[in-house]
Design a protein around this ligand. Structure first.
Ligand SMILES: [Zn+2]
Length: 138
């Protein structure tokens, strides 16, 4: 995959506004009087590319059936080094796309997008290719 253009969370959400995480806690805030912010995505560019492609696939799918995107995203997060997405949709195909990318994240270097494997790092497990792994060791 080589060099990737850097993709930011802002760019992804601008392209796919329907994919912005719904801040449940913020809605609750009005009633319960406490505040909690969703964390900004702390992903390398390989992972960001994967998220971008996932939302692109979902968007293409809705276009192909002539419907507006019907997805509510609750959280895009990392669990044990892998991408996990909490979302709700009436459409089963959306879950199939989500699961495909979650699986892909298990073998895709989170930094550069090349083939990678799960490695135990200081900050926790990460999927990394050999060069990105070595970069982080020194
Ligand atoms: Zn890499």
């Amino acid at each position: 995959m080589n060099k990737l253009t850097r993709i930011t969370q802002e760019e992804i959400i601008e392209k796919f506004p329907w994919a912005a995480e719904l801040n449940l806690a913020e809605e609750m805030n009005n009633e319960e009087g406490y505040f909690y912010d969703l964390l900004k995505w702390q992903f390398g560019n390989g992972r960001m590319k994967l998220i971008n492609d996932m939302f692109q696939d979902m968007s293409n799918y809705f276009k192909s059936i002539n419907k507006n995107p019907d997805v509510t995203v609750y959280e895009v997060k990392d669990v044990g080094g892998f991408l996990r997405v909490e979302l709700l949709s009436e459409n089963q195909n959306i879950y199939a796309i989500k699961e495909r990318y979650e699986k892909l994240s298990e073998v895709t270097c989170s930094e550069c997008g090349d083939l990678g494997i799960l490695r135990m790092m200081k900050g926790g497990p990460m999927v990394l290719c050999e060069p990105c792994y070595c970069d982080r060791l020194f």
